[in-house]
Write a protein that binds this ligand. Sequence first.
Ligand code: GLA
Length: 339
Amino acid sequence: MTATMKLVSSVRRLGCVLAFCFLALFLWGLPVARALDNGLAMTPTMGWLHWERFMCNVNCQEEPDSCVSEKLFLQIAEIMASDGWKDVGYEYLCIDDCWMAPERDSEGRLQADSKRFPGGIRRLANYVHSKGLKLGIYADVGNKTCAGFPGSFGYYDIDAETFADWGVDLLKFDGCYCDSIKHLADGYKHMSLALNRTGRSIVYSCEWPLYMWPIFKPNYTEIREYCNHWRNFADVYDSWQSIRSILDWTTSNQERIVPVAGPGGWNDPDMLVIGNFGLSRDQQITQMALWAIMAAPLLMSNDLRHISLEAKALLQDKDVIAINQDPLGKQGYRLRKVQ
Ligand code: GLA
């Protein structure tokens, strides 16, 4: 082969390699922005979260059955495992705010309120795992949680290690009491990296964009790189007005938020309130259908110990769940609005 032929052949080979690289980059970048690289939440998280139904009820003296306590979580875990919930996919049993003691321990670690959680979180996690379920917990990026318990600011690494040490599988990280937008962003990123460094698989549920919106438009590509799901809008309540306002917000911002959702990272319109008191039958069906279409995390907040057969059948509807859990993970758009 002459020198010229060799040169032409190498240029061709290089051309092929470059073309392949561009194709690979194109395909890699095509579906959605890069997700948090922890391999979790490849379909929307399913489970139960105490907040909407039980809020910050710490009065176990007078209301032992509905206060935020170990007893509540043990009972819900038992039911999730034995009443078909786990079988259809509801896997994460999540504690929200108000589980903590008012102070950290002498080593700066968060601790559970010892009266309401006498066995501590590690023992609760063991029980939850023994039922084939996973345990979620709650903390806050700022100086205090929204209900005034110790915040994680200045303690991100310690808290991530503590949660991993206890065997926690999901962290809901709230955004109250954060003094600047820079602290908010830095804190959410710091905790994401700290959780990853523990080596334990911990789903990271953020409220980062919710707290950013009043100041400026969130960068969802960045948020997706750090969080497995993120709350965008106000807390859900047990009323149709609340569900309507979430749907209105989601659809009016859909061009911005829908394209970013996909395996590993999801928009979180907040909990399912099906099985409570405020929604009619049709409104409950509507919440279930639209949360499925929105590829939303399906986190119920209700009392599984006292739930109607109708609500149970709706929440356990395998066909609707299959739409929510579709591995392609495409969030639906609103195409038309009928006035
Ligand atoms: C905020 C969150 C809620 C809940 C409460 C707890 O309002 O958005 O989902 O976690 O804090 O105090």
